[in-house]
Design a protein around this ligand. Structure first.
Ligand code: SAM
Length: 184
C-alpha cells in the first residue's frame, strides 16, 4: 500500500531546495519530519513548531542523535509562525492530527490550521512547495480537511497548482494536499 508520508516528502523534492534553504515543519510531533527536512538543508535552517513540550523534547533528542543543529524549535501554535519566520521559505510540511504515543485529545484544530496554512502560503517563495497530510478518520480531522479543501480551491490557478491526493476506495484514509507556488 502507498505510504502517503513518503509520497509527501518525495513531492517536496520538486522544490528548488538548496543546502542553505529555509524550510518549515509546522507540526514537529516526534521529529521524524523535522529530521528529514533538516537533512536537506545542512547549511540552511528549519523552523519547527508544536504546542506540546514532549514534541520539542523528542525532536531535540532525535536531532542531537543525528548531529543536526540547523533547526529552530518553537513551542507555539503554527498560526503564529509569521512572528518567528521573517524570511521566505522554500518548502514546508503540515502533518496534522495528534502526537503519536501521546494524549489523543491534543490535536490540530480547524481554525488555527486554516489560518496557519494561509500564513505558510504567504511565506512561501515563488517556486516553493507545501504539503499537508490530513487525517479525516476523526471528526475534527474530517472538518479540517473539508475546510482546507474549500479554502484552497479558491486560490488563483494562475499563481498556484493545488492538488488533493486521496485513496478513493477508503474515504476515511489519510490524504495529501500539495501546494505549488508558481515561479513567475
Ligand atoms: C501527526 S503529529 C506530527 C508528526 C510529526 N511531524 C513527526 O514527524 O513525528 C501532529 C502534531 O501537531 C501538533 N499540533 C497540534 N496543534 C498544533 C498547533 N496549533 N501548532 C503546532 N503544532 C500543533 C501536535 O501536538 C502533534 O505533535
Amino acid at each position: 500500500m502507498i505510504k502517503l508520508l513518503d509520497f509527501a516528502k518525495n513531492f517536496l523534492k520538486q522544490a528548488d531546495i538548496k543546502p542553505d534553504s529555509v524550510l518549515a515543519d509546522f507540526t514537529m510531533g516526534n521529529g521524524y519530519d523535522t529530521l528529514y527536512l533538516a537533512s536537506l538543508v545542512p547549511n540552511g535552517k528549519v523552523y519547527a513548531f508544536d504546542i506540546q513540550t514532549d514534541a520539542l523534547i523528542n525532536t531535540k533528542a532525535r536531532l542531537d542523535k543525528a548531529g543536526l543543529k540547523n533547526v529552530v524549535l518553537i513551542k507555539d501554535s503554527h498560526e503564529n509562525a509569521s512572528r518567528y519566520i521573517k524570511e521566505p521559505i522554500t518548502a514546508g510540511m503540515f502533518n496534522l492530527g495528534y502526537l503519536p504515543g501521546s494524549d489523543k485529545s491534543v490535536h490540530t484544530m480547524h481554525e488555527s490550521t486554516v489560518k496557519a496554512v494561509k500564513e505558510a502560503i504567504n511565506m512561501l517563495k515563488k517556486g516553493g512547495y507545501l504539503v499537508i497530510c490530513v487525517y479525516p478518520g476523526h471528526d475534527e480531522g474530517r472538518l479540517e480537511g473539508k475546510l482546507l479543501l474549500e479554502m484552497l480551491s479558491q486560490y488563483d490557478k494562475k499563481d498556484f497548482c493545488i492538488t488533493h491526493f486521496h485513496i478513493i476506495n477508503s474515504p476515511d484514509a489519510s490524504f495529501i494536499i500539495t501546494i505549488e507556488k508558481y515561479n513567475k
